[in-house]
Design a protein around this ligand. Structure first.
Ligand SMILES: Cc1cc2nc3c(=O)[nH]c(=O)nc-3n(C[C@H](O)[C@H](O)[C@H](O)COP(=O)(O)OP(=O)(O)OC[C@H]3O[C@@H](n4cnc5c(N)ncnc54)[C@H](O)[C@@H]3O)c2cc1C
Length: 318
């Protein structure tokens, strides 16, 4: 069996799978439709500052992940963030959450701006064709896109899974999230250590990226709308929705402190309902594994475990 694998998605799950396979002598190519890598490990430059607008932090609960996080901490990629809201240790990227993805991608063959539009089986291999017309061939394929995107890709490729596997993919549900990144002209009034969580109302979370340490020169905030608000306003005018969310936090964000803001629409943010197993072995004539954060814990650590377990599965091949 040839030891090469195409990995679709350069987020936590895909990069972990590719890195683990490559460390064990496999040849891997990672394809991502995004301009940059990292998926929902996302950090944006905004004016002279920065803001994490996807995942805000990650938990460490399992020994496999603990090992990776210890390595990343040693080389200065991540640091603890003591929010005192979790019984598990929480970590953030020292330069932003996207730095975690960049660390994992080091030494990997990652092709960005490559949206896979179809997968087809050849004699012994399979080929992924991207929107740019490029074709990539390997013996094994791993897909780590959110489940609804996997379902579309398989349909567009004419690949029919057994009913049970289709049901399993369809049962995975993600909350959307509207994320607002705000630039302030003075340090924010968010209390130390730099975040607030809300159980009711339009806002679910606000974080101060300056206190978090990723935007030392310029105070910036990240606001995440609640799932209910995000669902109701997903297609609304983004500027107006951003203003509404900032207004909802007026107590902490005085009007005359806002310099500018940007809004990002996440159609898939945190998984609300996941599959318990870390990945799915697709019943296809070629070797196809489907994983990502829709399998397991439904967060950064869950995505890591999914990627790691998919790699372990393939490493069993002689
Ligand atoms: C707003 C928000 C807040 C969050 N907060 C937290 C948090 O605080 N803590 C936490 O642990 N988790 C949080 N999460 C969830 C966390 O970010 C995810 O669980 C994790 O990053 C998912 O990793 P993944 O690799 O499974 O998926 P992704 O990061 O989504 O990676 C999948 C990749 O596949 C690519 N892709 C999709 N389709 C194709 C295609 N056809 N061709 C090529 N590429 C394709 C995408 O571009 C993407 O880069 C949050 C997410 C969001 C959006």
């Amino acid at each position: 069996m040839n030891k090469n694998c195409l990995v679709i998605g350069a987020g936590m799950a895909g990069l972990t799978a590719a890195r683990t396979l490559q460390q064990n002598g496999w040849q891997t190519t990672v394809l991502d439709k995004g301009r940059g890598l990292g998926g929902r490990l996302a950090t944006r430059r905004i004016e002279a500052g920065k803001a994490d607008h996807g995942a805000q932090y990650f938990t460490v609960r399992t020994p496999e992940f603990e090992k990776l996080v210890a390595t990343m901490q040693q080389v200065g990629v991540v640091k603890p963030w003591d929010l005192r809201t979790s019984q598990h240790p929480l970590f953030v990227g020292v330069e932003g959450m996207n730095a975690v993805a960049k660390f994992l991608a080091n030494g990997l063959d990652v092709r960005t701006n490559e949206r896979v539009v179809s997968i087809a089986q050849n004699d012994t291999d399979c080929t992924a064709t991207t929107e740019t017309g490029n074709r990539f061939t390997a013996s094994h394929v791993i897909i780590t896109a959110p489940a609804p995107q996997v379902i579309s890709l398989l349909k567009d490729s004419g690949i029919a899974l057994p009913e049970q596997q289709v049901n399993d993919l369809q049962s995975i549900v993600y909350a959307p999230c509207l994320a607002v990144m705000v630039v302030l002209n003075q340090p924010s009034q968010i209390p130390v250590p730099g975040s607030l969580k809300f159980d009711n109302g339009p806002v679910a979370w606000v974080a101060d990226n300056q206190q978090k340490g990723i935007s030392p020169q310029l105070p910036t905030l990240t606001i995440h709308a609640s799932p209910a608000f995000s669902r109701a306003h997903l297609e609304s005018n983004l500027d107006q929705t951003g203003a509404q969310l900032i207004e909802a936090l007026r107590e902490w964000i005085p009007a005359d402190t806002v310099v500018s803001y940007q809004v990002h629409r996440w159609r898939y943010s945190l998984a609300e309902r996941t599959q318990p197993d870390p990945f799915l072995v697709a019943q296809t004539p070629f070797s196809l594994l489907i994983g990502g954060d829709g399998f397991g814990m439904g967060n950064v650590e869950g995505a890591f475990l999914s990627g790691w377990n998919m790699a372990q599965h393939l490493l069993q091949y002689p």
